[in-house]
Design a protein around this ligand. Sequence first.
Ligand code: TRP
Ligand code: ZN
Length: 469
Amino acid sequence: MSRSAPVVPACALALLTLASTACGGGVVGTPGGSGLGDPYFPKAGNDGYDVTHYGLTLDYVPETEHLTGTAEITATATQDLSALNLDFEGLDVESVTVDTERARWNRTGQELTVRPPHDLDDQDTFRITVRYSGTPETITDPDGSEEGWLPTEDGALALGEPTGSMAWFPGNHHPSDKAAYDIEVTVPKGLHAVSNGELTNETTRDGRTTFTWHSAEPMPSHAATLAVGRYDISRTTVADDLPAYTAVDPRQTKASREVLGRLPEIMEWAEDNFGPYPFSSTGAIIEREDDTDYALETQNRPVFPGAPDTELLVHELAHQWYGDSVSPKTWRDMWLNEGFATYAEWLWQEDHDGESAQEIFDQLYAGDYYDDPEDNEAIWAFPPGKPTDAAHISDPPVYVRGAMVLHKIRETVGDDTFYEIIQGWAATHRHGNADTDDFTAYVERQAPDQDFTPVWEEWLYGEGRPDQP
Ligand code: TRP
Ligand code: ZN
């Protein structure tokens, strides 16, 4: 993969080509790679270091769409490094320092290559500071959906799944490198800046308000968000004194009241089913319907385009356990996010006088769940464990057939073991990363007497609709 640097004789080319930089000195570190070998997004993330903390200081002026930012990235080298990459799309870089020294840098596509004046040694902890500004870009995903920086009528919204976060801060943008965050955002007085974690400070000076957000628990960068605009804010506590912060576009307040009123009940139900909530606060951000194409499980407080229905709120809150706390190792493992969040909707309905998960499963298998026959057919397009390509990681097989895989496990092991499995999975990989092999191995360990071969071969990895329901 990315480590096979080409052999280039001239020192002058070393930076550009990322070749070994053993020029004019002893044999030294090699550059970190420009990707992490993700099978679906090869350029996402970077090799050679591990970020532990992002400190973002941002200033946004909605009128001009101008963002000024400083990203302080604390990381540990995982090899001797002569250079390393960050993912960063658009915006203008003004300066880069590594620890206290100015660093050379250059940009190619989404890769910002930083070359510190001195090599970094394996296991060194270092801090990269990137100063930048400009109008952030909206990124179009391989599947045509839009993310990154989305200007809205009264501000902007930053969404990151799968690759949008590189539009508003430089980083190691892959879910396998999670980190803590402190995000400080200054906006014109009267607007709010809402992000992940807990609001620790809010100060207005000279007509501008600074909001300071703290996320102690590790977060995959695609779950980072920033919402700037006019919001009705509510601060309460739910469940066992867990702080809840909701920000609702004033035009959505009425439509959102009832569903947000169920937040405490959903959180309690979710803890009963999935185990202890993994973060220090909860909430929601509700934008206008056309501000974004999709809802997203941004950490602590998911983002919704307009008032969600109860199932969608359940879905995004379930992602806090499955997706945000237990994050996929690669984008191929997306069904571990979406299959669980979809199955959470089914469990919610089953527990609240709706259809049972079995009934939903049966209708899906029979092809009469949706009104449109094409929707019924779409869930069989490819196996959930192996999406066709990057343009299909958010397609129906990942969500719906992924949920059907979980239902097959439940059918195989019975309810008691099934709930132990979904809670144990969340506990075992809390604040970590896991892939599909980790999951199948975990399930087999929890129910050693069962044969899961048909579930894996036909439901998780098989092409087309399995012969048996
Ligand atoms: N993961 C989101 C959810 O299920 C949806 C989502 C994020 C999405 N990015 C996407 C859907 C891109 C389609 C395309 O809540
Ligand atoms: Zn989802």
